[in-house]
Design a protein around this ligand. Structure first.
Ligand code: CUA
Length: 155
């Protein structure tokens, strides 16, 4: 009869695990919808139509695209100027790096990707409420890695 008890315990663990995962997916009011990628020449980012002028762009279908260049030791935009996006829209981040591999993590959420030179990481998120979100580099990228951070302002 102990088998049944053991089974119930295992089931409880599984349910708990699924609940944790679901909670993480909507943590802090951010919903991650998609994760995809592309390519870009890291040596001519300044000539790129979007990465040449990184920031938030409104798209034709009413959504938003944010182009972010990560570099030692800042996100552009994000570190000196916050990323600004509206709440309750689909926001697709396009993240690349100018130099070495960086991380791009929206603190307290599961929105997290790598910034790799030559590659464009994209992730679509929806911010369900206005507020401020921290940005963090979570890949070791050099002496000031620990200080590489930024901010997203959702209005
Ligand atoms: Cu950039 Cu660590």
């Amino acid at each position: 009869k102990y088998e049944k008890l053991w089974l119930a315990g295992a089931l409880l663990l599984i349910v708990g695990f699924i609940a944790t995962v679901s909670y993480g997916a909507v943590g802090a009011g951010v919903e991650m919808i998609d994760n995809d990628g592309g390519q870009v020449d890291p040596d001519s980012l300044d000539q790129h139509p979007k990465f040449g002028e990184p920031g938030t762009y409104a798209s034709e279908d009413g959504d938003y695209d944010v182009y972010v260049v990560a570099q030692q030791f800042a996100f552009v935009p994000g570190t000196e100027e916050p990323v600004r996006v509206p709440a309750n829209s689909e926001v697709t981040f396009h993240v690349t790096s100018r130099d070495v591999i960086h991380g791009y993590e929206i603190v307290g959420t599961n929105a997290n990707t790598m910034a790799i030179p030559g590659q464009v990481a994209t992730m679509t998120v929806e911010f369900n409420e206005a507020g401020e979100y921290g940005l963090l580099c979570n890949e070791y990228c050099g002496s000031a890695h620990h200080a590489m951070e930024g901010k997203i302002v959702v209005v």
